[in-house]
Design a protein around this ligand. Structure first.
Ligand SMILES: O=C(O)/C=C/C(=O)CC(=O)CC(=O)O
Ligand SMILES: [Ca+2]
Ligand SMILES: [Mg+2]
Length: 433
């Protein structure tokens, strides 16, 4: 069969002309020369080289080693560059110049595409928050009284945001020892107890142990990447969302549930979530996702004016996520079910006068839908380790060394097409001795 040009994509390719996500790659011939690429089908366009070859006004932005200069340039430039890239890839006049600049994806090393500034993680799925609340705080209400008034979040650790594919070393830390098995029919010494009970046998003075986490988990999330900065003391309204947010991608917020449940009171997640956070290698521009915009769920309580989206354009996104452990699908979380939108999260993050920097990443929080098969982490899928999930290679309560977790997603595009999101994957390696 004659070799097809990388510029001729099969009909309906999820990485076709409507998508055009950005990443950063190196080739085996120049492993230190990081370049901006645009994914097209199963190939990657060297965007910096294309800009240089066509004397583009954006050659400097596209010749950078990260997406940050392009992201900082603001929405009119994002739109001009996107139109230019589309022209390079689809206008036959450019074919002789562009075709030699297409690299097969499988030959490339992909790198963290952005220099991460600050990292924030939210808690925007009502289903996830209610499930976790029931497990972590069985004696209280599932949702805290503030939950439907503001998007709850915490500041994470920007320096440990890692590109997809980076091995995840099982974290060590302190946690309460697993409660003794209730029945002799479950003899595994490390069998984890439900997170609601670890303190139960230690009512007077619980004593932690130190070691590799026994309850390592994933969290399927969507990350939003800030492009244009905002100055101090200038809150960003809901309507500023598209001027500041460059794009989105999948994120896995690896979580050590035993470390988390011991340390989190009263200040929230800390070391249980700061050892590694995996980010996809491809950032999808928000303009590519215009057909996937959707209204968020109905609001149960009236919101303060800066969060009130009742008359705003729809800021939800219809992203269909799939979570696989060792290649076996364990969940299909629907992003459209998220209660809080990224626009509300951005407004909330800046309402106190905090500024935005190019490269700030804010994640949605675990994406869980209403159905059990839509839960975005093992904590929920196994109900705290009570109900194992079954994989072809055995059952799991939490992740074992060697396990690989892969998140993929797609969004509806124009005319029935699909927009593919870049995957985020990582495998667990044993704790450092
Ligand atoms: O204490 C709790 O209720 C739970 C906190 C989290 O799990 C934090 C988190 O990462 C939120 C999320 O991903 O939705
Ligand atoms: Ca999280
Ligand atoms: Mg994390």
């Amino acid at each position: 069969m004659p070799q097809r040009s990388p510029l001729d994509l099969p009909e309906g390719d999820p990485f076709g002309p409507h998508n055009l996500p950005y990443g950063v790659f190196t080739t085996p011939h120049a492993p230190h020369l990081r370049r901006i690429g645009v994914r097209y089908g199963s190939h990657v366009l060297d965007a910096g080289a294309a800009a240089a070859a066509t004397a583009s006004p954006h050659a400097e932005l596209l010749g950078a080693a990260t997406l940050n200069p392009l992201m900082a340039a603001g929405r009119p430039v994002w739109q001009a560059v996107r139109a230019e890239v589309l022209d390079w890839l689809t206008n036959p006049a450019h074919r002789p110049t562009i075709e030699p600049l297409m690299h097969p994806l499988t030959t490339l090393a992909l790198h963290l595409p952005i220099e991460v500034a600050d990292y924030v993680d939210f808690y925007a799925s009502e289903h996830h928050a209610a499930n976790v609340g029931r497990m972590f705080r069985p004696d209280g209400d599932a949702l805290t009284p503030n939950w439907k008034h503001l998007p709850i979040g915490y500041h994470g650790r920007a320096g440990t945001v890692l590109v997809s594919g980076t091995p995840i070393v099982r974290p060590q830390g302190q946690y309460l020892p697993p409660a003794p098995a209730v029945s002799s029919s479950s003899p595994t010494p490390s069998a984890p107890s439900a997170p609601s009970t670890p303190s139960a046998p230690h009512t007077s003075s619980p004593t932690p142990v130190f070691g590799p986490s026994l309850r390592l988990d994933f969290e399927a999330e969507v990350a939003f990447v800030v492009g244009a900065p905002s100055p101090l003391n200038t809150p960003v309204p809901l309507s500023g969302f598209h001027d500041h947010v460059f794009g989105l991608c999948l994120l896995n917020d690896w979580s050590a549930r035993d470390i988390q449940s011991w340390e989190y009171r009263p200040l929230g997640p800390f070391l249980g979530k700061s050892f590694a956070t995996s980010l996809a290698a491809w950032i999808t521009p928000l303009d590519a996702l215009a057909p996937a915009r959707t209204a968020p769920p109905a609001r149960d309580l009236p919101l303060l004016p800066y969060l009130d989206d009742s008359t705003a354009e729809p800021f939800g996104f219809d992203l269909r996520i799939e979570v696989a452990v060792n290649g076996h699908t364990v969940s299909r979380p629907p992003f459209s079910a998220m209660y809080w939108t990224a626009a509300q999260q951005l407004a909330h993050m800046t309402v106190n006068g905090a500024s935005l920097r190019t490269g700030d990443v804010f994640a949605s929080g675990t994406v869980s839908g209403p159905r059990p098969a839509e839960r975005g982490c093992l904590l929920e899928l196994t109900w705290g380790g009570r109900d194992p999930v079954h994989l072809p290679d055995g059952s799991r309560t939490f992740l074992e060394d060697g396990d690989e977790v892969t998140l993929t997603a797609w969004a509806p595009g124009a005319h029935g097409a699909r927009i593919g999101l870049g995957e985020v994957t990582g495998h667990v390696v044993p704790a450092t001795p």
